[in-house]
Design a protein around this ligand. Structure first.
Ligand code: UDP
Length: 240
């Protein structure tokens, strides 16, 4: 078993540790939740485990479909062994249905189906509150090369198609999601997590929100929604 070594850093929802293998990190998923740029804080019991397990299931499927990811294995229900990445300071968001900041910015009713998937970049900067940027900004600030941007876009749109397909038998609509990429020995890998913290999932029939918006907007039944997403995805892929 790979040993947990010194603590590297702590994010809002995860802690990262080195291991005895310099190529591998151990990520510990926490129950802590934040929203609105850290202004709202709380705990969602069981979230760390759900996010680790949902991410593990989805990373495995993506790997099988040809998307290289940092995922190695789950070491415990909330500890994930991953390939060490140098993360690009760019968040890639893909949207199928208007919600959240897009609905606000463009005056669209939440739930409006978009004619085509919309891909956006955000600059990861706490100081600047993660402003939206485009490919010209990415190039000008040298956040990634044009080839790397092209690869991130291709992977993100492929991830969208694969996830939408996987979530269908779980009766979940993939409204939108955020991805992060990084380099491991020069290879571009999908990193971070894919979970109800980083995706919006709505029930196909009732359109009930089953994601972090329940926490952000005080909708209640937050823990239940996270458990429900894990239960449905686990059941659906068990049959795949
Ligand atoms: N998202 C994320 N981390 C962020 C910002 C957004 O995981 O720092 C996810 C969010 O959960 C949603 C998608 O990216 O699935 C689009 O988020 P949006 O721009 O609507 O921002 P929000 O309304 O979450 O502030």
């Amino acid at each position: 078993m790979v040993e947990k070594r010194e603590f590297l850093y702590e994010g809002k929802a995860k802690r990262v540790y080195r291991t005895e293998n310099p190529d591998l990190y151990l990520v510990e998923f926490k129950d802590d939740a934040t929203a609105f740029d850290g202004l709202k804080r709380g705990t969602i019991a069981g979230k760390g485990e759900v996010n680790a397990r949902v991410s593990a299931i989805l990373f495995r499927i993506l790997e099988r479909e040809g998307i290289p990811t940092h995922f190695v294995e789950l070491r415990s229900p909330r500890e994930m062994l991953v390939k060490a990445l140098k993360i690009f300071p760019v968040e890639v968001v893909v949207r199928n249905v208007a919600a959240g900041s897009l609905a606000q910015r463009l005056g669209l009713k939440e739930g409006t189906v978009l004619k085509n998937p919309v891909l956006e970049f955000y600059y990861k900067s706490d100081e600047l509150h993660d402003p939206m940027i485009n490919e010209y900004h990415v190039a000008a600030l040298e956040l990634a090369t044009p080839d790397q941007v092209e690869l991130m876009k291709n992977y993100a749109l492929q991830v969208n198609e694969i996830l939408a397909r996987v979530l269908e038998p779980a009766d979940l609509i993939l409204i939108d999601f955020k991805l992060e990429f990084g380099l491991h020995h020069g290879e571009m890998l999908l990193g971070d997590e894919i979970s109800p913290d980083t995706c919006r999932f709505w029930d196909r029939h009732t359109k009930e929100k089953l994601d972090k918006d329940r926490f952000r907007r005080d909708l209640g039944k937050v823990e239940e929604a996270y458990q429900e997403v894990f239960r449905r995805i686990n059941e659906a892929v068990g049959e795949m």
